[in-house]
Design a protein around this ligand. Sequence first.
Ligand code: NAD
Length: 484
Amino acid sequence: MVSRVIPVEPFDLVIFGGTGDLARRKILPGLFRRFLAGQMTPDSRIIGAARADLDAQGYRDMIRQGIAEFGGPESTDGDGLAQFLARLDYVSIDATGEAGWQQLSGLMRPGVIRAFYFSVAPALFGALAERLHQHGIADPDSRIVVEKPFGRDLDSARALNHTLAEHFREGQIYRIDHYLGKETVQNLMAVRFGNILFEPLWNHHYVDHIQITVAETVGVEGRGGYYDKSGAMRDMVQNHLMQLLCLIAMEPPSLFEAGAVRDEKLKVIRALKPIAAHHIVRGQYDSNGDGPSYREEADNPRSFTESFIALRAEIANWRWAGVPFYLRTGKKLRARHSEIAVVFKDLPHSIFEGDEKRHRNILSIRLQPNEGIDLQVTIKEPGPGGMRLIDRPLDMTFATALGEEAAEAPDAYERLIMDVIRGNQTLFMRGDEVEAAWAWTDPIIAGWERRNDVPKLYDPGTSGPDDSLMLLHREGRRWREIRG
Ligand code: NAD
């Protein structure tokens, strides 16, 4: 069964930073796939805008290489690629100066959707917004897409919101969090709100706790300079893990629509309790002889930045009173593994004599690898010998359950860019959400700075520092295994 693709309206998409790593690795290969799928129609155009002195042909050559390297199996479609590259143009531009802006203005077509992707350092967002207006390039329906990081604390996020608001309405601003574009994350909402089965159990009466894990095997590598000023809390928890937490914990919105969904997410963030210091474990990877330590990679021998964090959060509302949300993310861990697990409570009474083992229903939503959802249920072990119980997953790995359709699903970036063109902000963060998330993380980070908190060292290839295990052990719980 082949999925139905609805083409989006014709657009002019300008990618500021169009020669950068993100554009070459994700944005353009993604757009190429949408072109091949027929979602981006041939009357749309993509204009790269960056500092490099290139002409349109030079840019097409650069993107051809990018697609060959990062584009996956589709990159061999020679005809499709030639047609796609013909839709590309390029302007050499200075975000903070005057060069290139007149030329860009001359390239924009009337009567098509205009979108501007700010795939540059956040310090340039204000200058871009201002010049788009000065030169009359942005019209009242234009959209801007802004990349992470959106600020590094509440003050800087507020300042950034303020700067963008000088030139664009909130309805024109698309703050990207690519986790929200993942198929499974959207499926989480389909499972929660499309089935009668789960919602009645989705509260403190039936849920024991929730675990959210985003584990990576890579270190900071070439990004050490940026990462060392950021750390796992700012780079992952404040945005990606927070967004996952919101989708798990929010009340059912009245409609699957941007305003309603984002209102409910905001309520969750605002209901997060402040965290006590002993409910957070920070870690930093050491060297195990094979590879460099974090400090070596970040080129900062005295760095106290965390490459791992585990924490226990609580949401102060009726639905979730007393239910711990354990969040954990880190680099150089045992496997590349991201999942959300909803661990339900024990049975109030077991009728099966001699069955001492604790059986628990666990709903696990896997983001990677093998995107899918499974529900651990207790069944009878087959065969004679009485009533012995075992736990087995009802497995819905998308690739197996949905076959070709799952394989064809757009990746996060492509889906989100198409949403920008459709004018659908449901899967983007609103300004007040981002600020509320910083308002929660700021005091935590300030506490570390005040105490000169030193992260615990951990060996690469493990599950992080032992203290992270203790975070759950002391409450009679355990982390789910990190496995690839
Ligand atoms: P990069 O350094 O590879 O590219 C930067 C781009 O900005 C280049 O095209 C450069 O020409 C352009 N640029 C720089 N100064 C300019 C100026 N004054 N005027 C015009 N253009 C200018 O950066 P990147 O890795 O592609 O990241 C871009 C943005 O995306 C950043 O905000 C980053 O935080 C974010 N981001 C990147 C990734 C990633 O995987 N690379 C992931 C998430 C978010």
